[in-house]
Design a protein around this ligand. Structure first.
Ligand code: CA
Length: 735
């Protein structure tokens, strides 16, 4: 924490002029501020005249009255990600250029939605860091580093990302990767309160953005691949005091339930008389991303995640739907009581979460206006529900789906494809655990009445792990990734080439079909923004930023960034000028699980930066230099075949989730094929002693012995040599 407070202190020196003109930023922590006020820099020349106005529920409810701002995660409580601004439109778009950029000096994934309040922008970056910027100039106002312990990265399935802050009554709320919820003074970045939302003995992580509803800060967590029990909690925005907690899955049946909804859920779980105890395996159901809110109904909608482990015959051998996994929950935000639920994937067996973005809208369906909630969860079906009652109105495949043949609208249940059950043998299934659509936010335009969905077709070979072996703090999915690696090799699949497809789909939720599709070069691409200028904005994994015509998908403008984009853009206005902002920096869930040669980072690295555009500027985006590295000659291979085989198994159980299947990794997380002798010389120090823990590579001494490390190293080297030899033979022109 020493480094953290030093950093904050240093940044504060830069905004003292700003502080002196503020009336709203009285410091509560005298001791913390004393040394700073003693060091007033005389030469400080910043002349910002920003005011830090307070956001409350009325302002968010009436967000359309102040379209210049982006006050909440999805701009409005309905989370449509639609802006009424029109200065940038189909006629003016060709004049769009770079207004300013801000370097975060990080190389990991960037997923945040910027928040803009009256000319002040708040973003988050890798490692849950917060940056406050002048939205007109990019001037840094303050930064805050929660000093997440680097070793906590081991518990993050999907990179050390963060999806943004919430603002409320002058405060900025951020949730850190290691499970803390922190309230900062919006003007200074000073900590007002901080609480731990997790039990540190269980590997929860937080990557999601908090929401504030009726003065309660709402936050969930992730970790369903690591053996956790999901929950969502509300805290008093003033004090951080816990108001309520909703567990998404039941705990030990011998103990009293924490709240009444768990009694109903309990009946849908069963050990089937076996020794499997879901409450010891965690159960899952983590609410790690999506929320939406209807102020009229006073209902908070929360999406829940997959089971822990993925496989239902391990998790609940006696069968059952396993409530409330992969569900949309409608909760009273004041009490945490459940109004209704809808489970998209009963008895989830495929890591099909329902944590994906949810949008509230009014749709005319069969001549009647319906207040709906819409979701395109991982399982490949687009759902439209009545959001007052949870009644299913429609569910249609928005991508290629093989696990189910459809959804029965009478029962609301999917019709599973029995031939693809992977209990007895591996099965290639669409979609895979990456989903047909993941967290990448969609957008809905009330003008075109279309939902814009970042879609990918990405098959996965589900391969049962037998016997299932639970290890606390390890990757526990019930799938055997070393067996999967063997099959991939036997099939002769070239892991350095991708076989998936990524696209932006414009979906008509009333006609229940796609209206247009824009194919991308890369499988994993960014979130979406729709505007009243008849535009849709989206970035891609190969480092392009696009503006498309919202009604027909024609690409009207694109800018080469050369940094992969997964984050969603936003738009706002300051002093009469409209801006479009997007974070660049590839990573997240796709960072390791998928190798895609078209991703920008292979050639240009992955420097995190916020890019902000406006009309009439001649400036262009400075492009990172090409720096595609060659695999260096690996050190001599010392392991024998037995060691390599053992190492392959151990690698895929413990390392592959981050470093990639068959040791083909990505830029943002170290690709082990590129390690030179200096790294191989200290393998045990890295893997067992944790000397790189601060960078995110924790010690695995709780799971691995020295012999395991030697085996892993032998396997990694054998793969590095394979790729090195191939590279050299291509260079020498050998056939
Ligand atoms: Ca998952």
């Amino acid at each position: 924490m020493q480094i953290n407070s030093y950093h904050r202190h240093r940044k504060l020196l830069g905004i003292l002029t700003l502080l002196s003109i503020l009336t709203a930023c009285e410091h509560r922590d005298e001791q913390k501020n004393q040394p700073i006020s003693e060091q007033l820099p005389i030469s400080q020349t910043k002349t910002s005249t920003l005011t830090f106005s307070k956001v409350d529920g009325k302002r968010v409810e009436n967000a359309d009255q102040e379209p210049q701002n982006w006050l909440a995660h999805g701009r409005t409580y309905s989370e449509q990600r639609f802006s009424p601004l029109t200065q940038i439109n189909t006629k003016t778009i060709d004049k769009l250029g770079l207004a300013w950029l801000y370097n975060t000096k990080t190389v990991r994934g960037m997923e945040a939605t910027p928040i803009v309040v009256d000319g002040v922008m708040y973003i988050t970056g890798s490692w849950s860091k917060v940056y406050a910027l002048n939205a007109k100039t990019g001037e840094e106002l303050w930064t805050y580093d929660p000093a997440v312990p680097g070793e906590w990265a081991r518990y993050a399935c999907c990179d050390v990302v963060n999806r943004g802050v919430a603002v409320w009554q002058g405060r900025v709320y951020v949730a850190s990767l290691d499970g803390r919820l922190i309230a900062l003074d919006g003007a200074t970045g000073l900590v007002e309160w901080e609480i731990d939302t997790i039990n540190k003995e269980v590997p929860y992580t937080i990557t999601g953005a908090p929401r504030v509803i009726n003065g309660n800060v709402i936050i969930g967590n992730g970790g369903a691949e690591y053996g956790v029990r999901g929950y969502i909690t509300a805290y008093d925005s003033e004090t951080g005091k816990q108001k309520w907690r909703f567990y998404t899955v039941p705990g030990d049946p011998q103990k009293p339930v924490e709240h009444p909804e768990l009694s109903a859920a309990m009946k849908t779980w069963s050990t089937g008389g076996t020794e499997h105890k879901w409450w010891e395996l965690g159960g899952g159901g983590t609410a790690w991303d999506s929320m939406a809110y209807d102020p009229k109904l006073n209902l908070l909608y929360v999406g829940t995640g997959n089971g822990s482990p993925w496989t239902r015959w391990v998790r609940s051998p006696g069968g059952g739907d396993n409530l409330y996994l992969s569900s949309i929950l409608a909760l009273n935000p004041d009490t945490g009581r459940l109004a209704w639920h809808y489970q998209t994937t009963p008895g989830d067996n495929w890591d099909y979460t329902a944590t994906q973005h949810m949008i509230l809208a009014s749709l005319e369906i069969e001549g009647k206006m319906r207040e709906v909630i819409m979701q395109a969860p991982k399982n490949g079906f687009f759902y439209v529900l009545d959001r007052a009652t949870g009644e299913l109105l429609s569910a249609d495949a928005y991508a290629n789906v093989t696990w189910a043949t459809g959804v029965d609208l009478k029962t609301g249940r999917p019709i599973e494809n029995p031939t693809l059950n992977y209990q007895d043998q591996p099965q290639a299934v669409l979609p895979g655990p990456g989903g047909a659509h993941n967290w990448y936010p969609m957008a809905y335009s009330p003008l075109t009445r279309l939902v814009y969905i970042p879609v990918h077709d990405l098959e996965f070979l589900y391969t049962r792990e037998t016997p299932f072996e639970f290890k606390q703090g390890a990757w526990n999915t019930g799938n055997d990734f070393s067996k999967l690696a063997n099959i991939v090799e036997e099939l002769g699949v070239d892991i350095t080439k991708t076989s998936g497809n990524g696209m932006l789909k414009a979906w008509d939720p009333v006609a229940r079909k796609a209206v247009w599709t824009k194919k991308h070069l890369t499988v994993t691409n960014g979130g979406v923004l729709a505007t009243a200028g008849n535009l849709v904005f989206q970035g891609s994994g190969d480092g392009q930023f696009f503006a498309l015509k919202a009604d027909d998908g024609e690409v009207l403008w694109s800018k080469t960034i050369n940094t992969g984009i997964i984050a969603p853009p936003i738009t706002y206005q300051v002093d009469g000028e409209q801006y479009v902002a997007v974070l660049a920096g590839w990573g997240g869930g796709g960072a390791a699980s998928l190798f895609d040669p078209n991703l920008a980072h292979h050639d240009y690295g992955n420097d995190g930066r916020l890019l902000v555009f406006k009309l009439g500027t001649e400036s262009d985006v400075p492009l990172p230099e090409k720096r595609h590295p060659e695999i260096p000659q690996p050190p001599a291979l010392e392991g024998n075949e037995q060691q390599i085989a053992a190492g392959k198994k151990t690698y895929h159980r413990n390392c592959g989730v981050c470093h990639g299947l068959l040791v083909v990794g990505s830029y943002s997380i170290k690709d082990l094929r590129y390690s030179d002798k200096s790294i191989h010389d200290i393998y045990p120090n890295i893997v067992l002693d944790g000397i790189f823990a601060a960078k995110g590579m924790a010690s695995f001494a709780d799971l691995l012995e020295r012999e395991d490390v030697e085996n892993i190293q032998a396997y990694v080297l054998s793969e590095a040599w394979k790729h090195y030899n191939k590279q050299e033979s291509i260079k020498s022109g050998a056939p």
